[in-house]
Write a protein that binds this ligand. Structure first.
Ligand SMILES: *Cc1c(COP(=O)(O)O)cnc(C)c1O
Length: 345
């Protein structure tokens, strides 16, 4: 079977390309940089969540679920991908998302627009977000009372398996092209992706430094990533155990916080668009690229090393963030650096 062919429908479009970013590498003047195009996973607008959902939705199906429940921020890529995967598998989908306030009238833009088009049942969770647990419990209870079998996608222990697979895919592509990978750099939010990549590297004894660039302040993230990796190791029967100290996370590029666009992020997005014709997003991959650029400058990588930058997707978010981006590009003081629907704590 050709590697690029998927014989069963509903799965991710794998393998995604591993492309040499020659112009970007030259511009940064350090290591050889490749971009792993997981923005091209093929479901809805693509992204790392497609790879994650292959196994999460597989578990949902195996458990006989008919409705998937998922939640995150207002412009969540995760929610769009869950809704698209649920449609493909003819399951229902209920999303709970963090809104600005209870009476917030949402603009249909970016991921909110996609989720509306996908036909998802969207519940806005107003202030305070700490009510989210109760909102989710009520959604689950209501679905059960209606005779459904809901699946809580956010609590799935299967979330990191996709990136064990992703790591194997990167190694196999590098091998068949005759080079070795020294570092993988990825944006890190919940750590599902980082946990899978790290576990894969340890299980394969690949010796790859897997670096997560954190995009939001998150205490205890290293421990949480180690827990995810260990849960995954058990599911896969890998006999590898991961400690918090094995988890490499850089928190220097968080800037003003989650989804706060700063000038460095806009410059990084422009640089990659200009050199490679590839778009990054303002919340995750743009920030991870700020990290990659700065770490190149600081000599974190040697010139003879190979770095794979994981493009985790998120491009739909470029549009709702137009105002801060526009303001930065005009180098005027931005009217706001957070979009209006950002929940201000
Ligand atoms: C969710 C997401 C991430 C972070 O992935 P985690 O597994 O939650 O750490 C990175 N980039 C994009 C575009 C995402 O949507």
């Amino acid at each position: 079977m050709p590697a690029s062919h998927n014989s069963h429908s509903g799965s991710a479009n794998l393998p995604t390309p591993l492309q040499k970013a020659e112009n970007l590498s030259k511009r940064l003047g350090g290591p050889s940089i490749f971009i792993k195009r997981d923005d091209l996973t093929g479901l809805a607008f693509g992204g790392n969540k497609t790879r994650i959902l292959e196994f999460v939705m597989g578990d949902a199906k195996a458990k006989g679920a008919d409705v998937v429940v998922a939640g995150a921020g207002w412009q969540s890529n995760w929610c769009s991908q869950v809704a698209a995967a649920a449609n493909k598998l003819r399951m229902g989908v209920v999303l709970y998302k963090r809104a600005v306030s209870d009476d917030y009238d949402p603009e249909y833009d970016g991921n909110q627009l996609l989720q509306f088009l996908l036909g998802a049942d969207i519940r806005a969770v107003g202030s305070p977000w700490t009510h989210v647990g109760r909102v989710k419990a009520e959604i689950m209870e209501r679905l059960i009372a209606e005779g459904h079998h809901p699946y809580d996608a956010n609590a799935s222990p299967y979330a990191s398996i996709g990136y064990v697979n992703g790591l194997l895919e990167i190694i196999s592509q590098a091998n068949s092209n005759g080079f070795a990978v020294d570092h993988i750099v990825t944006a890190t939010g919940s750590g599902m992706t980082l946990a899978g990549l790290l576990l894969g590297s340890l299980a394969m004894n690949a010796g790859i430094d897997v670096l997560g660039v954190s995009i939001t302040p998150s205490s205890g993230l290293r421990g949480a990533v180690a827990d995810r990796a260990n849960t995954t190791a058990k599911l896969l029967d890998l006999g590898v155990s991961v400690a918090a100290k094995d988890v490499n996370i850089n928190e220097d590029y968080i800037g003003g916080g989650y989804a706060v666009v700063n000038e460095d992020v806009v410059k990084a997005i422009k640089l990659v668009a200009k050199t490679e014709g590839i778009f990054l997003d303002p919340v995750y991959t743009g920030k991870a690229m700020v990290g990659l650029i700065d770490l190149c400058r600081k000599g974190y990588f040697s010139d003879d090393e190979t770095v794979v930058f994981l493009h985790t997707g998120g491009n739909a978010a470029l549009f709702p963030y137009r105002d801060p981006i526009k303001a930065m590009l005009k180098s005027a003081k931005p009217p706001w650096v957070r979009p209006p629907w950002y929940y201000n704590e």
